[in-house]
Design a protein around this ligand. Sequence first.
Ligand SMILES: Nc1nc2c(ncn2[C@@H]2O[C@@H]3COP(=O)(O)O[C@H]4[C@@H](O)[C@H](n5cnc6c(=O)[nH]c(N)nc65)O[C@@H]4COP(=O)(O)O[C@H]3[C@H]2O)c(=O)[nH]1
Length: 876
Amino acid sequence: MSPISPASSRFNATDRMRPALVALLTALIGLLLTAYIVNSQASAVSARERAAIAAEAGQIRARLESEINSAAHLSLGLVSYIAANPDFSRDAFTRVAERMLSYGRHVRNISVAPDNVVRYVYPLAGNEAAIDLEYARVPEQRASVERMIATRRFVLAGPLNLVQGGIGLINRFPVFLPARDGTPERYWGLVSVVLRFDSLLSASGLTSRADGIRYAIRGRDGLGAEGAVIYGDERLFEANPVTLDVVLPDQARWQLAAIPTRGWRSPYQDPQVLGLALAGGALSLAVAALLYLRQQHLQRLQARDRELSLAASVIESLNEAIMVTDADDRVVTVNPAFCALTGVSARDVIGRAAAVVTGCPYSEETRDSFLQRVAAEGLWHGEVEDHRVDGERYPKSLSIYPVRAATDRVSHYVHSFADISERKEAERQIHHLAHHDMLTGLPNRFSLQQRMEQAMSHARRHGTLLAALMIDMDHFKDINDTLGHHVGDALLVEVGKRLHRCVRQSDVVARLGGDEFVVLVTDMVTTLTAAAVAEKIVTALSAPYAIDAYQLHSTPSVGIGVFPTDGETVDDLLRNVDSAMYHAKAAGRNNYQFFDRSMSANASERLALQTSLHQAIAQQQFVLHYQPQIETGSGRLVGVEVLVRWQHPERGLVPPNKFIPIAEESDLIIRLGEWILQEACRQLSLWHAGGLELRVAVNLSARQLRSKNLLRQVKDVVLKHNLQPGQLELEITESVAMEDADNTLRMLAQLRELGVELAIDDFGTGYSSLSHLKLMPLHRLKIDRSFVKDIETDPDDAAICAATISLAHNLGLSVVAEGVETEAQFAFLGNLGCECAQGFLFSKPLPAAELEAWIRARGQMPQSSPPVMPGNSTSV
Ligand SMILES: Nc1nc2c(ncn2[C@@H]2O[C@@H]3COP(=O)(O)O[C@H]4[C@@H](O)[C@H](n5cnc6c(=O)[nH]c(N)nc65)O[C@@H]4COP(=O)(O)O[C@H]3[C@H]2O)c(=O)[nH]1
């Protein structure tokens, strides 16, 4: 299980819904529910109101029914009488009718119409017009009479305008005479009882009520809902009335409609319904709002969960070890990189005191000061030493960040750290490289410079003398050339050892390079001490050397300069000691010489050389040679290094180390350097025109790099030859690069902007500050050939090359190895990941024409390549 696990999701699908959607759905459901309840309640209110109306209307109906039915029953008596006495007299009719009238409250008149012609009417007064009325001739009444005969049933006609005036409701009864004495039943005629419609309505209470209800009746002629309106406003039937059927005799019907006088009240105006609607709506919105807020809160929690989860995965995947402690120094969590680095498992450390888990900064002595600084500065960063679980100590780069709670109190500390053993080891190696000569292990030129400065200030403070002895082994070059480098190297190592034996421990023995050594004799009271040491040295170094099977003889020439008389600065003193050493050589070698002012001859010799260099430039005595650079992976030629030579009229071809240092002492190097740059780029453009793709590397000296004109020169030459980025490379030595680092950095950045690539030459021989190197806009490092030489046999050299290559790769740089002389060296470097190699294995530096022939022989020269232009390898 991983110590820091991403926050698992504790939210369901609903929790992930948008707050607005949740609120909308909730409000919708709430409002729908409210609407349903409100509607139900409204229906109930409506139903109650209708029921109340129906109850009132029911009373009316009951009265109407009873009034009409009682009149009908009364009429039936007359019908029965006529059926029994079809030949009744007028008087008999009058008697019966009179009685009926006295019982029938609403009876206006009674008439009988044998054969459908009115013969008797009671009372006659006022109804005379009805006598002899033939129903068949009255269109208003004919239909109901015919219907009555056809159905043999009571017929309710009207209400209608009576011929005798007024509105009446006519009950008509057919009179059939029963079969008697062989005579079949026959229709006799009809009896009409006319009821006063107004009085009937009034008796039913319809017209006199003050109950706030409007009524209407339809069903003329007893046709119920099919009949015309006989009372009230016809529009009432369209106003959703309460309707009741008024059931009359023999299936006749009226329809009674009732609505409140003020009309139906909307149930939604009912305070209860209104209250319900408002309460339901408000509740729905309130719940929706609450859920909206809750959902927003959940979403914020989810977002925080996601952030935490992301942070957890980042911490999980970090290569840096992470440990989080609480304010009481207890481990809260660690990441996998922590476990891998410290060797402990998360389970074993979580909850334990940090001091048990990691020594620094939790030891009792250091903890408080660390945490005070973290609190004060908001962060602590530095390098400390710690130990793993098995006790192994290692250096780590550690950052501590405080985590503050809402109260601003520090609640936790985040410790982020990485094992920097490898970097420290590389730095140590580089430091060693920077300060020591790899062959002899003696301090190198840079280290000597520092030690001389220290010794000078010590001598100044204590009023003592300091002597510098420069030792050059006579004819060393011959030994080297004839017996091989390894013999030469062994000799140099032995020289170093013998020199050590000649001096006190507090004195310094350094190697400047080649066969040149310097001894510093410190704390001298008299120059005699220097002479004594020089004497010892001459004797010791002149003794034979047993190397391999050889017995070698070499002698030293020693120059001595004394501080402060012979030079108050390191450069002055070394220059004069150098003159003294040349003087010793000139004096027949195997001796020592003190510097004295008369040695200005040396200076004038140099002056003479400078003069002839001036002439050499004027008389165009320089030529350029080009040395191929080969890609290790493919074996292809990828570039050439430009190396200048002096075509001296008497001395022949003079190598650069004989005149470049002198040219570098004055501005001569700038003129020479400009010519080299121009000529190299002219040649480069010719090659490119011929289809030969090459990178050309040109050496820059310190003075050139500091020259104000360099940038303009490079810009001009790039434009003039239309050089593309990456075609021109400038090399500066490591020591030049590190001098005046800020200005160098600025200049390199500007050069790089011109598309020029930059390389550090002779890497490993000077002192490189990693921090400066990191900042420089470089493309490659060139490993000095002194490290390549014994790469297969000397584990130190192999380790240095490997460290340099790995350092270069860490800095994003590629590597060119110089001085590759054997296939084995080439393969070895290739295996170490070195991208490029240069050396005699492939070719010596060659004039342009010879280089082209060399390339052609390798089959890498394009067909179209032009012949070398005249002047390619000529001199200035
Ligand atoms: N033993 C051995 N040596 C090899 C091998 N391959 C190449 N070399 C030599 O190593 C030197 C490489 O040049 P450098 O380190 O830049 O060192 C150069 C460079 O610092 C300086 N120099 C040469 N040409 C120029 C130039 O045009 N301008 C400046 N400022 N300095 C130059 O002079 C130094 C010496 O140059 P060279 O004598 O031409 O010596 C060259 C080259 O001939 C090999 O396999 N074995």
